[in-house]
Ligand binder design. Structure first.
Ligand code: GUN
Ligand code: ZN
Length: 412
């Protein structure tokens, strides 16, 4: 048993619903036993209760729950910063050529290592990750995550049209390869699987049926895809699925909108779609840096809140500008401040979006996201002498991150 002594911030409740949701402990003690949080309180209180525990004094730093990235692409580590494009041109000219390189197993292993090291270095302890279009590369990602000690949910990216031939699989091959990857994951590992059609633009109905079949065969799987990101994309998808009433309708038709579904972006939803997202209890991965970099638009956060649609943060590397979830929280703050229907996020809401909201999006809210006793000891030790949570989150980059742990085990 050990006690980490530092300033502590966490959000066991949702600060969009509750004004006093932020817990801030000036001289805090986080008690860790067997990889789980045993207690989180004033240092003097936990010390008195656990006189035999080892104490690590991490002052003047602070402890935050591990950051959770709900949308990021493993094959895109090396193309961060390709500015000046809109979504479809960016895919065609930058992202897809790089993704095709992951057919080379040695390159995939190198990228997987770079990717997982970057996540850990930025304080991300759990991520929902778009894998590669190749089973070998996707397996390399799971392997690298396992070695690092990171928790990831990922899957083979499925597409059978409109990308480039090297990235297309037949629906049968997609099914077979997905099944092999799913069954290769052991029950008690930190890794789990997400069925991942890239977006409706690159998936035929037969491919979406494969997704539906996989979710039926393995009901605990997660599901993720892109949706409603860019006006040209939305127009093209409507043309490809002439029977659809809107983008979400396509996912609904194949049973892909569930509590375990995370839809990336949703910058341009209709009111009716928002009502249905809420009814299905699915989540949205909000990626504010990517939305600005690709000129996709300003996320309608207030409309999501009003409709009761859950959202959390994603970096969307490589369309996004980097691995930092705190930077993403800041970008969300900045964009909403000047949105047409503006909203001023609080520091508590920023922390919630970076941590517990992600846990909820991944249906892992009973396991992680804050320091409640019984949850996994996933934490970030931030070396800072800043006073307020707003300053800490605004200025926090990889240089400020001291230690990052998953289940109490340091991962960097
Ligand atoms: N839509 C389909 N593929 C992608 C991708 O790689 N990045 C983003 N931002 N949107 C997408
Ligand atoms: Zn993306």
């Amino acid at each position: 048993m050990q006690i980490l002594r530092a300033r502590i911030f966490h959000t066991p409740a949702n600060p969009f619903h509750q004004a006093d949701a932020l817990i801030s402990i000036q001289d805090g003690g986080l008690v860790i036993q067997d990889g789980k949080i045993a207690a989180c309180d004033d240092y003097a209180v936990v010390r008195a209760a656990h006189p035999d525990a080892t104490v690590r004094d991490l002052r003047p730093g602070c402890l935050l729950p591990g950051f959770i990235d709900t949308h990021i692409h493993f094959p895109q580590v090396r193309i961060v910063g390709g500015i000046g494009y809109s979504l479809l041109d960016w895919l065609d000219q930058l992202a897809l050529p790089e993704e095709a390189r992951l057919a080379d197993p040695a390159y995939a292993v190198t990228i997987a290592r770079e990717f997982t090291q970057n996540l850990a270095a930025h304080g991300t302890t759990t991520a929902l990750v778009f894998g590669a279009h190749f089973a070998g590369a996707t397996a390399a990602l799971f392997h690298a995550a396992q070695k690092t000690g990171l928790r990831i949910i990922s899957g083979l990216v499925l597409s059978d049209r409109n990308l480039r031939p090297e990235l297309h699989q037949t629906p049968q091959a997609a099914y077979d390869d997905s099944k092999r990857l799913i069954t290769a994951l052991s029950e008690n590992s930190l890794q789990s699987y997400a069925v991942t059609p890239r977006f409706a633009l690159s998936a035929s109905e037969a491919m979406l049926e494969v997704c539906q079949t996989l979710l039926r065969e393995y009901p605990a799987l997660h599901f993720t895809t892109h949706l409603n990101e860019n006006p040209s994309e939305i127009t093209e998808v409507a043309r490809l699925f002439p029977w659809s009433t809107d983008y979400l309708h396509i996912q609904e038709r194949f049973g892909l909108a569930t509590r375990r579904s995370v839809f990336a972006h949703n910058v341009h939803p209709t009111d009716n779609e928002l009502e249905r997202f809420a009814a299905h209890q699915c989540s949205v991965a909000h990626c504010p840096a990517s939305n600005a970099a690709l000129g996709s638009g300003i996320f309608p956060m207030r409309r999501h809140l009003d409709a009761g649609v859950h959202f959390a943060l994603g970096t969307d590397v490589g369309a996004g500008t980097g691995f930092g979830i705190p930077k993403e929280a800041l970008q969300a703050y900045l964009m909403q401040r000047i949105a047409p229907d503006p909203l001023t996020l609080t520091a508590a809401q920023m922390l919630w979006l970076a941590t517990a909201a992600g846990a909820e999006a991944l249906d892992l809210q009973t396991t992680m996201g804050d320091f409640s006793p019984g949850k996994s000891a996933d934490y970030v030790w931030v070396r800072t002498s800043q006073d307020t949570l707003g300053s800490i989150l605004t200025t926090l980059g990889p240089a400020g991150i001291g230690e990052v742990a998953v289940e109490g085990r340091p991962i960097r």
